[in-house]
Design a protein around this ligand. Structure first.
Ligand code: ZN
Length: 140
């Protein structure tokens, strides 16, 4: 499929300045995320799924199922690094996470519903995003 781009053809949903500032912020967060977590953030959903148990982000993994074939899946960083069973360690801290793995196909199946929900509420989300202090620093 070939795409044709016609620049400045119609009234934009957001201004070019906000679009470009957003792209810079996405890139900045991408680099920060990779530096902090050691994961490359290379999948569309990288860093966008938050664990309901521990609050860390999900990362893409490949699991091997019974017949030895690889399956694309997602799991939270804490579970990936510390194990799938939350437990106390000597100093009173806890490690691990009891969350479950998500099959990549399930993530792909629910994505259209999440996008539809976001689009329904896009004005409110955009306003919340624009009120974020990091956006002010980018726009000033
Ligand atoms: Zn977790």
């Amino acid at each position: 499929m070939e795409f044709v781009t016609i620049r400045d053809h119609h009234e934009p949903i957001i201004s070019r300045e906000i679009f470009e500032a957003t792209q810079r912020e996405i890139e900045r967060r991408h680099e920060l995320y990779a530096a902090k977590n050691g994961f490359a953030n290379r999948y569309a959903m990288s860093g966008k799924i938050i664990c309901g148990e521990c609050g860390s982000t999900f990362v893409h993994i490949q699991r091997t199922v019974g017949n030895g074939s690889p399956v694309d899946a997602w799991r939270c960083i804490r579970r990936q690094r510390e194990g799938g069973k939350k437990r106390a360690i000597g100093n009173g801290d806890e490690v691990g996470c009891n969350c479950c793995n998500l099959h990549d196909r399930d993530v792909r199946d629910i994505l259209p519903y999440v996008v539809a929900q976001v689009m329904e509420d896009r004005e409110s989300l955009l306003q919340r995003f624009l009120r974020c202090p990091c956006m002010y620093s980018l726009l000033l």
